[in-house]
Every structure is written in C-alpha cells, then in structure tokens.
Design a protein around this ligand. Structure first.
Ligand code: SF4
Length: 290
C-alpha cells in the first residue's frame, strides 16, 4: 500500500474508505513485512519513550551537556498552574515539548519524530491530548500513524535535515506531522489532516537553523515549544473550517526549494542568525574554546 503524495494518499483513503492511519499501517506492514500486531507493539514502545521524555524534566531540570539549557520545562510547567494567557492546556503542552528538548540535549532517550532536534513537538501534543481526552496510550496509535503518513511524504519529496533545509525542515515537518495527528485524534477527515499539515508547514516556511554553537539546544528547545502551539492552533483553524489555498504536496515542494536557497551559514553551521550574535559567539567560545 505505497503512496507517493498527499493527493494519492487521499485518493486511497476515499477509495478504500479508510483513514490516513489505516493506510499508513498497511504500508508499514508491507514495508517491514510485519503484522499489525508487530507494528503496533513497536509504536507502543515509542509512545512509552515519548511519554517519559515529555514528563522527565517537568519536576526536575535536566541540564544540557553545554549548560545552555535546562530547567525551562519545569518553569513552564509551574507557570501553567497560574492562569497563563495562552491557557493551561497550551502552557502544559509547551512545557512537555521543552521537557523532551531538555532530555535530548542531555543525550537522554527520545524518539526522533522526525529528528532529534524537533523531537519535542509530537510527544507533547500526543500526551497533552491523552490527558485532555482521557485516552490510554494505545488510543494514540492512530495519531502516531497519521503523523508517520505525513512524514513519509515529506521524506520522499523534501528533507528533515536542518543542515540541508533549515529549521523549517525539522520543526516545520514535526509541526505538520503533529497537526495532522491532532486532527486525526479529534475525529477529523483525511483531507483535514493534510490541510493542517499544509498550514502548519506554511506557517514556519523559511525558518533558518541557527543553533548556538551548532548544538541542538538553543533556540531548538524554544522552537519545539512554539511548534506544538503551531500544531494545535493550526488544527483548531482547520476544524473551524478554514482551508489552505496551497495543497500539502505543493507546500512540501516549496519547503524543499526554500531550504536549498537558504545560505549555508543558516543551516546548522552555527554561523548565522542568533548563533552569530555577540552572545552566540561568546557561548560558542566558552563551549569550544577559541
Ligand atoms: S535550530 Fe537547527 S538544530 Fe535546532 S531544532 Fe531547528 S533545525 Fe534543529
């Protein structure tokens, strides 16, 4: 059950009267020559890792190897109890995204979905929805598979690499995958999933990779918090009936072309953007010496 594009995926969903998650499951079974049970077992394993990483830094700061980040998840989580402007739900989701980012920056165990740098977005959204909708871990499988389906298409036609396409390729792809997953878990249609993926990716189009000292810490952690917000707000806009002008497939192609036109200084080299500010340079020297 291969699909090469969003258009093809929707056609398969309509023809077979199946969801994106079901079509993706069929393709995964075929690809890995595995049974449904075997695939679901692996997904549950990854969901358990996501669950742990999104909670690990909420009560105790997890310091990054360079010391650049650590403690932000706990601060956001605590602040979430004080009637934040963006609401408790989004604040807690941001805290969970920061938690996984902290765990990643300390070389802890995460699920790269789709990359380590952007590993906080999908788990935070899934676990926030789990709490909100009172779901069991296994109930998140359709969301995970929907995100996988979107990721497969991005991987075929574009890139997930910050070094190749900037942060839009990492956090943008993660937000697109996550927004589609949210729609799926909220009972939206396959077309709405792709619409959300299109908008979430468009929202972040052109975002450069300017990680300070070339380390996946800052601004990466904050961009994971921002990515989960992008995913939820986009999903809400789509569920409200708003549709994108440009299809998901075209946005994916555009993201790739934009990535190719981003100068190398802004693609994970630590030489541009916030990495090249006086503060960024001072930190770089402190971490790596002259
Ligand atoms: S800034 Fe660069 S390293 Fe950090 S998450 Fe984005 S793409 Fe990854």
């Amino acid at each position: 059950m291969q699909f090469d594009s969003g258009k093809e995926l929707i056609q398969k969903c309509e023809k077979l009267k199946k969801s994106i998650a079901e079509i993706t499951l069929m393709q995964e079974m075929e690809h890995y020559e595995a049974t449904k049970k075997e695939i679901e077992k692996k997904i549950i394993l990854m969901l358990k890792i996501m669950d742990k990483s999104s909670k690990e830094a909420l009560s105790n700061p997890v310091l990054s190897l360079s010391g650049m980040i650590g403690g932000e998840a706990q601060m956001a989580w605590k602040y979430g109890k004080k009637k934040p402007m963006s609401g408790k739900f989004l604040m807690e989701a941001m805290a969970m995204a920061l938690s996984t980012a902290e765990v990643n920056a300390s070389m802890g165990r995460i699920v790269a979905a789709p990359t380590a740098g952007a590993s906080g977005i999908l788990p935070a959204a899934l676990m926030a929805l789990r709490n909100q909708m009172n779901l069991a871990l296994k109930d998140l499988i359709p969301g995970f598979l929907t995100a996988t389906g979107i990721g497969i298409i991005i991987g075929k036609h574009s890139t997930f690499s910050g070094a190749e396409g900037g942060c839009q390729a990492e956090c943008g792809s993660a937000a697109a995958m996550t927004s589609a997953a949210i729609i799926a878990l909220k009972g939206g249609t396959p077309k709405q999933c792709l619409d959300a993926a299109s908008i979430a990716l468009t929202n972040i189009m052109g975002l450069v990779c300017d990680s300070v000292a070339g380390l996946v810490e800052y601004p990466c952690a904050l961009r994971n918090a921002n990515g989960v917000v992008n995913s939820f707000t986009t999903a809400d806009l789509v569920l409200a009936g708003i549709t994108p002008l440009v299809s998901f497939d075209e946005v994916v192609e555009a993201m790739y072309k934009v990535g190719k036109s981003i100068p190398y200084t802004l693609r994970e080299t630590g030489l541009g953007g916030v990495a090249a500010t006086p503060t960024g340079c001072t930190i770089r020297k402190k971490v790596f010496g002259k």
